[in-house]
Ligand binder design. Structure first.
Ligand code: CS2
Ligand code: MN
Length: 358
């Protein structure tokens, strides 16, 4: 595996490349062209400039998170083919720049959903949190306003103001789309992009839905072992792969994370590894990465990745806001750096134990 760090780009991220370079063991970034909108073709010159900037800082682009999928593709509306063509062109432009990993999601309307962006913990740190009762009481159109207030001025991925202004319209567009239709549209999208992925060896890695159940009555499909294996079989090509996000699959306590990793052997191309602390099955918060701070056994998660021969990038995922840092919620420097170091420590121990035959 390669330890990496998500970076949103100059002007969008409070963290700078030179700081990422100083985190021990981090050699690559997972980045994006944050100022592109879903459906737009990524210009070769912009991809090239981004790559040069990252490499000048002594790092490399280990993958893209995300090339977002236009709602027309998810809905399967008449203009979806045009947007798939644009997506193919973007993949082609990325492939020409030697970029071989693309993370994306297929969630309708909202990307991840949290009900608090700064829940205070006893140690004074703040974290993202989710309470089902708060979602049930909320009008989806108000979701954006309630979330934007806590965002430290940052634009959150998937929560761009332009999109949220159209939230009502988006909900109407998804009215006839159930889980089966969404699955069929996803399969169609993957079938159409597989040739370009094969040509440039681009591994597509779908991010799970977060939380892993339906919110506001919208369809949600990438939520458990059964569904993700169904998708792997539906388009049985290694370039149709998975971002294994422990914090997203882990929102449903019925998902056995190490077992899912084992079942997906060979198809996980990217891993987001983070912990969650459940206060009840309907209320969780994004704790520190350490096993003892949350509900998951992080050693078992890393061991499953190790034992299945995982070779892709891993990144620490959302971190707590600590030490007075002001950053995009979940994406400060300090706690994610601690997470990377902890995960590297687990990996070294697992690797050494395996090599000594213990
Ligand atoms: C998620 C997503 O891992 C994350 O931070 O909260 O925003 C994720 O990046 C996208 O769903 C991937 O397309
Ligand atoms: Mn994730």
């Amino acid at each position: 595996m390669e330890m990496t760090f998500r970076w949103y780009g100059t002007g969008f991220d409070t963290v700078e490349l030179w700081q990422i370079r100083q985190i021990p063991g981090v050699t690559g970034v997972i980045t994006t062209l944050y100022d592109t909108t879903p459906g737009e073709v990524w210009k070769p010159e912009k991809i090239h400039a981004l790559k040069e900037q990252v490499e000048a800082a002594g790092l490399h682009i280990a993958g893209i998170e995300s090339v977002n999928v236009h709602d027309a593709i998810k809905i399967g509306s008449p203009d979806c083919e045009k947007y798939i063509d644009n997506y193919i062109e973007t993949l082609e432009n990325l492939g020409k720049e030697d970029i071989h990993l693309v993370c994306y999601n297929f969630m309708p309307v909202f990307d991840w959903t949290r009900t608090e962006l700064a829940r205070k913990r006893p140690d004074g740190s703040t974290v993202l949190a989710y309470t089902q009762a708060a979602v049930d009481a909320l009008d989806p159109e108000k979701m954006f306003e309630s979330i934007a207030g806590d965002a430290n001025g940052a634009i959150l991925p998937g929560w761009e103001p332009e999109r949220m202004a159209r939230v009502k319209e988006l909900f109407e567009m998804y009215a006839g789309i159930d889980n089966e239709k969404l699955f069929a549209n996803l399969t169609h999208f993957l079938e159409r992009i597989m040739p370009v992925c094969n040509k440039y060896d681009i591994k597509m890695a779908i991010h799970p839905d977060d939380p892993a159940w339906s919110v506001f009555g919208l369809p949600r499909i990438i939520i458990n072992k059964e569904n993700i294996l169904r998708l792997m079989k539906a388009v049985d090509d290694v370039h149709n792969g998975v971002t294994f996000c422990s914090g997203s699959y882990g929102t449903n306590l019925e998902n056995d994370l190490p077992e899912m990793i084992r079942a997906l052997k060979g198809r996980i191309h990217f891993a987001h590894v983070r912990n969650l602390k459940f206060n009840s099955p309907d209320d969780f918060e994004e704790s520190a990465h350490l096993s003892s701070d949350g509900t998951f056994d992080m050693y078992e998660i890393m061991k499953a990745l190790y034992e299945t021969g995982f070779e892709g990038p891993i990144r620490p995922d959302h971190g707590r806001m600590i030490w007075g840092e002001k950053a995009m919620p979940g994406y400060g420097l300090y706690d994610r750096a601690l997470g990377a170091t902890y995960l590297n420590g687990l990996w070294e121990a697992i690797d050494k134990a395996a090599k000594r035959g213990r």
